[in-house]
Design a protein around this ligand. Structure first.
Ligand code: NAP
Length: 280
C-alpha cells in the first residue's frame, strides 16, 4: 500500500517520509517477514545499523517487497569501533554489501563515543563517502550540541539528521531547539517510549479517548506536531499499520503541551547519556 506519507525536507535538499520504521531487534526469517510487512503497510523509510546485525534482512525484505530501490529510503549507522577514517569507509562498503545495495539514502554515526574522541574523523569519512556517491545524506545519532559544533567547525558540513532518544518521558526540548537552530532534522528513537511507554498517562489516554485513536497513535502524532521524525518498531502487521495511520486527526496545542509536560526533570533516567555512553 502506498499511503503517500508527507515528507520533511532536509538541509541538503533531499526529503524523508515523516515516519520511518525501526528495525531493531528484527532478525532472521521472522525479522525479514516483519520488515516486508512494514513495507506492505506503507513505510518507505527503514532504520537499521551495523550493530543491529540485520542489514541482510533489510535488503532481503526490500527485494521481496517488489518495490523499486528508489521508492524506499534506507538508513544505516557506523558503529563506535569503526570511527577511524579507513574503518568508517570500509564499514559503509560492507553495509552496502550486506544490504545488497549500491547506495545508502542516509548514513549516521551511531554514537559519538567522546572518550575515544574520533567522531570528527568518522564525520570526515562520511562526507567523503557522500562525495563518492555511496551515501546520499549524512547525519549523526545521539550527538549533543557540543558534538555537533565540533564536526561542523571541522568540516563546514552540517548533518542532515540527528537521531536521538525522544518520547513523552524524555521530550528533548533543548536538543530539538539545538537541532532546529542548525537546520538539522530531529529523528526520534524509542518514539513510543519502549522501556516505559506512557500509554496510561492522563494526557495520552485522555487524548486517545477524545480523538478515537490508540495511545500509541497519540504519541506518534505528538512526535509529528513537535517536528520530529519517529521510527516506531513493531513486529506485528496490525500495529505497523496503526502506527502509520496518524494523519486523520490533530492534537490541540494544549494536548501537545500536556504530553510534553510528562518529561521527567532528569530525562537521562531514560536515555543513554551521549557524553558517557559507549556503543562499540
Ligand atoms: N540511534 C540509536 O541509538 C537507537 C537506539 C535504539 C533504537 N533505535 C531505533 O529506533 C527504533 C525504535 O525504537 P525502539 O524499538 O527502542 O522503541 P519503540 O519503537 O518506541 O517501541 C517498540 C515497542 O513498542 C511496541 N509497540 C509498537 N507499536 C505499538 C502499538 N501501536 N501499541 C502498543 N505497543 C506497540 C513494540 O511491540 P511489538 O513489536 O510487539 O508490536 C515494541 O515492544 C529501533 O527499532 C531502532 O531502529 C535507535
Amino acid at each position: 500500500m502506498d499511503l503517500d506519507v508527507p515528507r520533511y525536507e532536509l538541509n541538503d535538499g533531499t526529503t524523508l517520509p515523516v515516519i520511518g520504521f525501526g528495525t531493531y531487534p528484527l532478525r532472521g526469517q521472522e525479522g525479514t517477514e516483519a520488515i516486508r510487512s512494514a513495507l506492505e503497510a506503507g513505510y518507505r523509510l527503514l532504520d537499521t545499523a551495523v550493530n543491529y546485525r540485520n542489514e541482510t534482512e533489510v535488503g532481503e525484505a526490500l527485494r521481496q517487497s517488489g518495490l523499486a530501490r528508489e521508492e524506499v529510503q534506507i538508513t544505516t549507522k557506523i558503529p563506535g569501533r569503526h570511527h577511524e577514517h579507513d574503518l568508517a569507509v570500509q564499514s559503509v562498503e560492507e553495509s552496502l554489501q550486506r544490504l545488497g545495495l549500491d547506495y545508502l539514502d542516509l548514513c549516521l554515526i551511531h554514537w559519538p563515543n567522546p572518550s575515544v574522541g574520533k567522531y570528527v574523523e568518522a564525520w570526515r569519512a562520511l562526507v567523503a563517502l557522500r562525495d563518492r556517491g555511496l551515501v546520499r545524506s549524512v547525519g549523526v545519532s545521539n550527538f549533543t550540541g557540543q558534538h555537533l559544533e565540533d564536526i561542523i567547525d571541522a568540516t563546514g558540513v552540517t548533518p542532515a539528521v540527528n537521531q536521538i532518544e525522544l518520547h513523552p518521558y524524555f521530550p528533548q526540548v533543548r536538543m530539538r531547539e539545538v537541532n532546529a537552530s542548525l537546520g538539522i532534522q530531529t529523528e526520534s528513537w524509542s518514539p513510543l517510549g519502549k522501556r516505559s511507554a506512557p500509554f496510561d498517562e492522563g494526557p495520552v489516554a485522555g487524548a486517545a479517548q477524545a480523538h478515537g485513536v490508540t495511545p500509541a497513535q497519540v504519541v506518534l502524532r505528538w512526535q509529528l506536531q513537535v517536528g520530529s521524525l519517529p521510527l516506531p518498531k513493531s513486529a506485528t502487521p496490525e500495529r505497523q499499520q496503526q502506527n502509520l495511520d496518524v494523519f486523520g486527526f490533530e492534537l490541540k496545542d494544549s494536548e501537545v503541551e500536556a504530553i510534553t509536560g510528562l518529561g521527567q526533570p532528569d530525562g537521562r533516567l531514560f536515555g543513554g547519556d551521549p557524553d558517557t555512553h559507549e556503543e562499540m
